[in-house]
Ligand binder design. Structure first.
Ligand code: NCD
Length: 310
């Protein structure tokens, strides 16, 4: 059976098949090559993408918009929820039912976990989850895997450390389910209060993934090929004091890189607050801006695939 994502929603990573993952990565690489030299592709000509963002975003929204433009398609957008009918109390289901009449694909970000699945339930056009609260962020995870593959050549045989707010960080919640398909060792680095949710760790262990936990970032970096830093998710804390207690938990600097595995790759979904010192930006293995740029080909692939126009 050939793999096909036409008409499908992209809501989470654990339900993607290995073949679908492979298809997305190879399509991204192909489209990146095809548009080399700034060529505008026409795959999505005549199609409209609606970006419905009910939570702040720079990279996700703009790279989806750029991806759609690069494919010759058009974009309509809610950039600021305060100016949309959500501010008048409209339900999410009503909002997406209206927008499905305007667009061929909906990209959505919303503060509530489970909201993307709820939206997908309500409409028949594909919904792509651009982040649902502390839930999932599948398109980020896909561009993260694409980035590791580009930076390292392969994912197999690597040790990857994930550090920071593993409890509330949706990017890592999605990423681990993709990393689990490769022959990889995972090191979770977090303070006790910000550990990876138990159900996710259990899922990984039941799949036979090798996972360890430490609070010591420097020690983890001495064993890792890749370190994936995350922001402490201030907006998910009920009590500001709790955030204050953990906000400076990890600050990666050049001294730590000098002690780490040679050639270690440093990633971060961005925005960074203070998790990586600016002095690291000039280090050859600092991949976070390249990672952000990889969002465009990966999102081009997703848009083209769900539209059946790859
Ligand atoms: C992430 C997000 O929104 O979850 N940002 C992004 O999409 N690149 C990470 C974060 O906000 O910390």
């Amino acid at each position: 059976m050939t793999t096909d994502l036409k008409g499908k929603h992209i809501l989470r990573t654990d339900t993607l098949t290995d073949q679908e993952l492979e298809l997305i990565l190879t399509t991204a690489a192909r489209l990146e090559g095809e548009r080399e030299g700034g060529r505008r592709l026409e795959n999505m000509a005549g199609q409209v993408m609606a970006a419905m963002f009910f939570e702040p975003s720079t990279r996700t929204r703009l790279s989806f918009e750029a991806a759609m433009h690069r494919l010759g398609g058009d974009v309509i957008t809610i950039a600021d929820p305060k100016t949309s009918s959500a501010a008048k109390g409209e339900s999410l289901a009503d909002a997406v039912k209206v927008v499905e009449g305007y667009a061929d694909v909906i990209v959505m970000r919303h503060p509530r976990k489970g909201s993307a699945a709820e939206a997908a339930e309500a409409v028949s056009v594909p919904v792509i989850n651009g982040g649902d609260g502390a839930g999932q962020h599948p398109t980020q995870a896909l561009l993260d895997v694409y980035t590791i593959q580009k930076e390292k050549g392969t994912l197999d045989g690597l040790t990857v450390a994930l550090a920071g707010d593993l409890k509330n960080g949706r990017t890592v919640h999605s990423l681990v389910y993709l990393l689990a398909r490769f022959d990889i060792d995972l090191i979770f680095v977090s303070p006790d209060q910000l550990k990876m949710p138990g159900h996710i760790t259990e899922d990984l262990l039941s799949q036979g993934v090798r996972v360890t936990h430490t609070e010591d970032l420097a020690a983890a970096m001495r064993q890792s090929d890749v370190v994936y830093m995350t922001r402490i998710q201030k907006e998910r804390f009920a009590q500001p004091e709790e955030y204050e207690r953990v906000k400076g938990a990890y600050v990666l600097d050049m001294a730590m890189i000098e002690q780490a595995t040679e050639g270690i790759t440093i990633m971060h979904p961005l925005p960074r607050v203070n998790e990586i010192k600016e002095e690291v930006d000039g280090y050859a293995g600092a991949a976070y801006f390249r990672q952000a740029h990889n969002g465009v080909p990966v999102r081009m692939a997703l848009l083209a695939l769900v539209a059946g126009r790859d």
